[in-house]
Design a protein around this ligand. Structure first.
Ligand code: NAD
Ligand code: UFG
Length: 336
């Protein structure tokens, strides 16, 4: 099986490639390297003793993408490539419509042209918006609250229309909760460019001395300690979720949606305290204003993935935060 991975050198793409190679899939990667480095490929080889075929392609370049499909026999696609910063999407929605939606349409057109109809799509729990109830099931109301979230929602709807028109497609949309951590080797991890938007990279960069202190956005939410609760999931568990989805796709001829989370919620203060405990460090922080748009509690009901994909997250918050710190210490500047 030749699997095409888009966004191959990115955070989740690179970890998923390692798990695919470990499961003996043959992998072909593409990425335009806007948010990652080609050096990640050397790390993947160091980890697996295997090499993948890689080409630098922007998914919106239809001619180049078609040529790539012409030159390579592809059985299925895992589509990670895209932008993911909520704030940036509010400031520049067109960037998100182009890089998430236009790029996905181009990919789908080329897949259809070459009769490649097995797809795993990177969606997000952001499609649920501010939940009315937790845990979120796959049938919870979809109500994204920002342009980034809407790109994921619209792509899910496009995929449904494509499947309705041609049931030869097999499509699984994976709704990730909060992926954090890094490969335990410390060879690959999250490589944020500039000031991190997300909690855990901000913590690791603060502890290593790149940022002064963490701002905790609000402590008066209706949660056990007043700070927001999220469902953090280890990126290695998440990657194995993709291998499970890929296995399910064979002869699936359906479209379906799965939450990938742990089913457990942890507050911002839980994360800070656990980070301090497992890594024996201090996290300087202050309580700051609430961040506009943050929901109090977001966590997953995970039964469907467990029953139907035979997959569940096994690693703990301790594992995630130890591995995130190990990655930061071994790669203080990331991989560029
Ligand atoms: P990432 O930025 O590390 O990886 C995305 C990769 O896609 C990057 O290497 C980037 O260079 C590449 N890319 C972007 N636009 C491209 C284009 N037009 N053509 C080719 N390559 C392109 O992000 P990630 O955290 O690995 O996220 C992967 C996917 O998972 C994204 O679709 C994201 O929306 C989704 N997701 C991520 C999170 C998260 O918190 N990390 C949560 C939910 C969903
Ligand atoms: N937080 C802080 N300080 C920071 C950063 C974050 O207190 O410097 C808090 C936030 O207020 C939130 C929690 O930490 O309560 C987690 O915040 P993140 O930004 O790490 O994650 P979010 O849950 O806000 O959203 C992230 C991505 C979205 C994605 C979503 C679900 O940014 O794109 O996870 O996958 F959709």
């Amino acid at each position: 099986m030749n699997i095409l991975v888009t966004g191959a050198t990115g955070f989740i793409g690179s970890h998923t490639i390692v798990e695919l190679l470990n499961s003996n899939y043959s992998v072909i990667g593409i990425d335009n390297l806007v948010n990652s480095s080609e050096k990640v490929l050397e790390r993947i080889t160091e980890l697996t003793n295997k090499q993948i075929l890689f080409e630098q392609i922007d998914l919106r370049d239809k001619d180049k993408l078609s040529q790539f499909f012409e030159n390579n026999a592809i059985n299925a696609v895992i589509h990670f490539a895209g932008f993911k910063a909520v704030g940036e999407s509010v400031e520049n929605p067109l960037l998100y419509f182009s890089n998430n939606i236009k790029a996905t349409i181009t990919l789908l057109e080329v897949m259809a042209q070459f009769n490649v109809k097995e797809l795993v799509f990177s969606s997000s729990c952001t499609v649920y918006g501010d939940p009315q109830d937790v845990p979120l099931t796959e049938n919870s109301l979809l109500s994204p609250t920002n342009p980034y979230g809407r790109t994921k929602y619209w792509i899910e709807k496009m995929l449904l229309d494509i499947y309705d028109a041609d049931s030869n497609w097999s499509i699984i949309s994976l709704r990730y909760f909060n992926p954090i951590g890094a490969h335990p080797s410390g060879l690959i991890g999250e490589n944020p460019i500039g000031i991190p938007n997300n909690l855990v990279p901000f913590i690791t960069q603060t502890v290593i001395g790149k940022r002064k202190k963490l701002s905790i956005f609000g402590d008066t939410y209706p949660t056990h300690d007043g700070t927001c609760v999220r469902d953090y999931i280890h990126v290695c568990d998440l990657s194995l979720g993709h291998v499970a989805a890929l296995k399910k796709l064979k002869g699936f001829n359906k479209i379906d949606y799965y939450n990938l989370g742990t089913g457990k919620g942890h507050s911002v203060l839980d994360v800070v305290q656990t980070f301090e405990r497992v890594n024996q460090v201090k996290v300087p922080f202050e309580i700051d204003e609430k961040r506009p748009g943050d929901a109090a509690e977001v966590w997953a009901e995970t039964a469907r993935a467990k029953e139907e994909l035979k997959w569940e997250a096994l690693l703990t918050l301790e594992d995630m935060l130890r591995d995130a710190w190990n990655w930061q210490v071994k790669n203080p500047e990331g991989i560029y």
